[in-house]
Structures are given as structure tokens and as C-alpha cells.
Design a protein around this ligand. Structure first.
Ligand SMILES: [Zn+2]
Length: 284
């Protein structure tokens, strides 16, 4: 491979993690010039990598944006090796783009924000893990965050309750609409969120669930991450499409989505859908 000016950004396997078009199908869909080269998208500098994205639309949806964050995470680990003129992972050989490889990257990384030890859960997709991590760091684009970055918005009030300024924590924890959802999750699976006021504390609470049983811990954690994911998606639906999803519908979505992921990705899970709906922790 040359310097990246002849290598297709989306179609060739140049990152060591897989073909980007396949890993990030949503991004590929909104790419303006699908035959662009690596050099056209990646501005490499050791200290500050940046990206020349060209999207077909002005604003990315949540799922697209999470893919972009994941993609940039891979890209910031790439640099052009002077000696051999090839792209390599800074950290050495990583065969597969997976939660496991990302986790080891994370642990060895130099980024100060990663001091927070995020517990990666491979029973839910990477994008859901990423959202959890961003939420803990308060790095979701809430209206308050956008205003800080000088984005013009008519009002910073929460679209769901219209009672408070929309911060990351308001959306995920404090909003009356969100509170109802968390209460339904608690009633469903018996997780105790008493005294937890941040996303980090909720994630910790889920990890305490299974002190006696690893699978239980992982399941509880998956449910909290899926809850977060579902809340964030529904919030965006309200903000961008004006449709408010009632909490009872959200909990149904959380139950079925977490069931699908845990069932498919967690091995030896015996629970069937009927049992899961009633109580997900009958796990042996
Ligand atoms: Zn609210």
C-alpha cells in the first residue's frame, strides 16, 4: 500500500480492523464520494488527527453519529509509518475490530479522559458501549452542550418535560419522563437505583447486581446500557421528529432489545422470552 492516495477509504482493508464500509454501513450510506481515498478523509498529524468528512446531510442521526465516533476512534489509532509507507495500528497487531480489541486499546491508551474504567460489555453492540462511555463522561450533544459550542438553538429547554434546561444528566436521569422509564426498569428486574444520581452510579449499581454470579452482573449491565440507548434514541425522535414515545412503550422496547442481544451474544443463556419478560435474572 502506498501513502493513502491510492487506497480506497471505504472499500479496502487498510485499518487492520476490517473494511470500513462493512463496519460502518450507516456512514457509508451518507458518504458523498464513495470512492474517496484515505488521504482525502484523514488528515494525519501525530498530536491532532482530524477528518475531512463529506456527508450528504447536515446533521447526523444518533446512530450515524455513534458510528462516526467509533470510526474516529479507530482512525486516531492509525498513522503513516515513515519507514514502510503503510498504515499500522499504533498499538501493534489487532486482528479484529471487536469489543475486546477496543478494550485493550483503551486500557493501554494515553487519553486522560479514559481514566474512568469503563466496563465493556460484549453482549451489547459496540455502539451501545460507546454511548454508555460518552454518557458517563457527559459527552452527549445535549442542548446545553450545543449552546456551549455556540450552536444557535431556539431554546435549551428539555423537549420532553419543558421544565428544565436540557443537560446530559437531565435527559438520562432527572427528566420526569426518564424517571418513569427507570422506575419501570426497576419494577421489571428488581435493580436498585436508590441513591444513584449519575449515569456512572447507575452503571455501578448494575455491576453490583451480580456479585455472586458473573452472568447476572453482565445481564444487569446490559439492561442498563440498553435502557440508556433506548432513552437516547427516543429523546432524539422527540427532538428531531416531534414524536414523544410514552414510557410504557419504551420499557417494551428495552425488554425486547435486551432479550435479543443477550440471547444472541451471551452463551448458555437458558432464559426464554416468557421468563425474560417477567424477570430476567433466573440465570443459572
Ligand atoms: Zn425533561
Amino acid at each position: 500500500m502506498g501513502r493513502g492516495d491510492k487506497t480506497s477509504f471505504w472499500h479496502e482493508e487498510w485499518t487492520g480492523s476490517g473494511i470500513l464500509k462493512d463496519i460502518f454501513p450507516l456512514l457509508y450510506k451518507i458518504e458523498k464520494e464513495k470512492n474517496c481515498t484515505v488521504l482525502e478523509r484523514l488528515v494525519t498529524s501525530e498530536e491532532n488527527p482530524s477528518y475531512n468528512w463529506k456527508w450528504k446531510k447536515a446533521r447526523l442521526s444518533t446512530e450515524e453519529d455513534i458510528e462516526r465516533l467509533c470510526c474516529e476512534f479507530i482512525l486516531q489509532e492509525m498513522h503513516l509509518s515513515n519507514e514502510v509507507d503503510t498504515w499500522v495500528w499504533k498499538t501493534g497487531t489487532v486482528d479484529q475490530f471487536s469489543v475486546k480489541s477496543i478494550r485493550s486499546l483503551w486500557e493501554s491508551s494515553k487519553y486522560p479522559e479514559l481514566e474512568y474504567k469503563h466496563w465493556w460489555n460484549n453482549w451489547v453492540p459496540l455502539k451501545v458501549n460507546f454511548l454508555g462511555w460518552r454518557a458517563v463522561l457527559n459527552r452527549l450533544p445535549s442542548k446545553q452542550e450545543l449552546k456551549k459550542r455556540q450552536v444557535t438553538i431556539p431554546s435549551t429547554n428539555c423537549d420532553l418535560c419543558n421544565m428544565a434546561e436540557e443537560t446530559c444528566e437531565h435527559i438520562l436521569i432527572q427528566c420526569s419522563w426518564t424517571e418513569e422509564i427507570w422506575a419501570l426498569v426497576r419494577d421489571w428486574c428488581g435493580m436498585d437505583f436508590t441513591g444513584t444520581h449519575t449515569m456512572e452510579q447507575r452503571i455501578e449499581a448494575s455491576l453490583k447486581m451480580g456479585q455472586d454470579n458473573k452472568k447476572k452482573k453482565k445481564t444487569a449491565n446490559a439492561i442498563v446500557l440498553v435502557t440508556l440507548w433506548t432513552i437516547w434514541k427516543a429523546r432524539n425522535k422527540k427532538t428531531f421528529n416531534g414524536r414523544r414515545t410514552p414510557p410504557w412503550r419504551i420499557i417494551e422496547e428495552i425488554k425486547s432489545q435486551s432479550y435479543l442481544w443477550v440471547k444472541n451474544r451471551g452463551r448458555n443463556m437458558i432464559t426464554n422470552w416468557g421468563e425474560w419478560q417477567n424477570f430476567p435474572f433466573e440465570i443459572h
